[in-house]
Design a binder for this molecule. Structure first.
Ligand code: ATP
Ligand code: NCN
Length: 203
């Protein structure tokens, strides 16, 4: 396990993803979250394998990690293989272990609107929402499904106004917000379709 320091009272945004490949949309989200949520770090947490995504077309983990490292700065935006090292794929388990491992750190789960739209298909999603505050940023094509979907409805009681986003990190969980942010239409799918990957990360 690499050393991540003490992480005492450090506020960390967790941007879990396949990063197949990493792209400017991830970087925009990470930078926006750092600034507007007043976080100390954002971890680009490379998934060993999204349980909902097909393995076909998924680049090897090392290539995806390398891709995430290419957009990270290693200081406030950090690419990490910690989920793989924890031998976990389900976010609820990863977050529970991270909270055990870094009890003084304050974690916030970051995701695009597509994540909220599919959230009810995630393992133990209610428990996950109970474990960590969640910040959702808009993404073209996913905002309406996200905000009118089942997860937003069921968790509606816990929704916080966007003005509270900077203090969400002080919650233990059961709090989420939809943070207005500039939208970026880029996706890893589009980059793969353009044939820009995996060559870029592997070369
Ligand atoms: N353009 C974007 N705007 C907002 N959020 C984004 C954007 N791109 C990625 N994200 C978010 O970053 C996280 C990781 O995304 P991921 O690595 O799957 O990239 P992706 O572009 O969605 O990939 P794919 O097209 O292969 O599904 C997810 O929470 C996703 O919602
Ligand atoms: O835990 C789950 O059931 C689950 C289902 C779908 C996605 N996730 C997580 O959501 C994050 C975004 O995934 P992706 O592939 O859309 O980048 C990543 O950390 C995945 O592990 C988690």
């Amino acid at each position: 396990m690499p050393t991540y320091g003490d992480q005492r009272n450090v506020a960390i945004g967790l941007l879990g993803g396949s990063f197949n490949p990493a792209h400017p949309g991830h970087l925009q989200l990470a930078r926006y979250a750092l600034r507007h949520l007043k976080l100390d770090q954002v971890w680009l947490m490379v998934s060993p394998g999204n349980p909902l995504k097909a393995r076909a077309g998924m680049a090897p983990f090392v290539d995806r990690l390398a891709s995430a490292r290419m957009i990270a700065d290693g200081r406030r935006i950090i690419a990490t293989d910690i989920e793989s090292r924890l031998h976990r794929r389900y976010t609820v388990e990863t977050v529970a272990l991270l909270r055990q491992r870094f009890p003084r750190a304050r974690f916030v789960w970051l995701m695009g609107a597509d994540g909220l739209a599919s959230f009810t298909r995630w393992r133990r999603w209610r428990k996950l929402a109970h474990l960590v505050p969640i910040v959702v940023v808009p993404r073209p094509g996913s905002n309406v499904p996200a905000l009118t979907g089942k997860a937003a409805h069921v968790l509606g009681h816990f929704r916080q106004p966007a003005c509270r986003a900077p203090i969400l990190k002080f919650y233990k969980g059961n709090a989420w917000t939809f943070l207005p942010a500039p939208q970026n239409g880029i996706s890893a799918t589009a980059l793969r379709d353009l044939g820009q990957y995996p060559a870029a990360a592997s070369s």
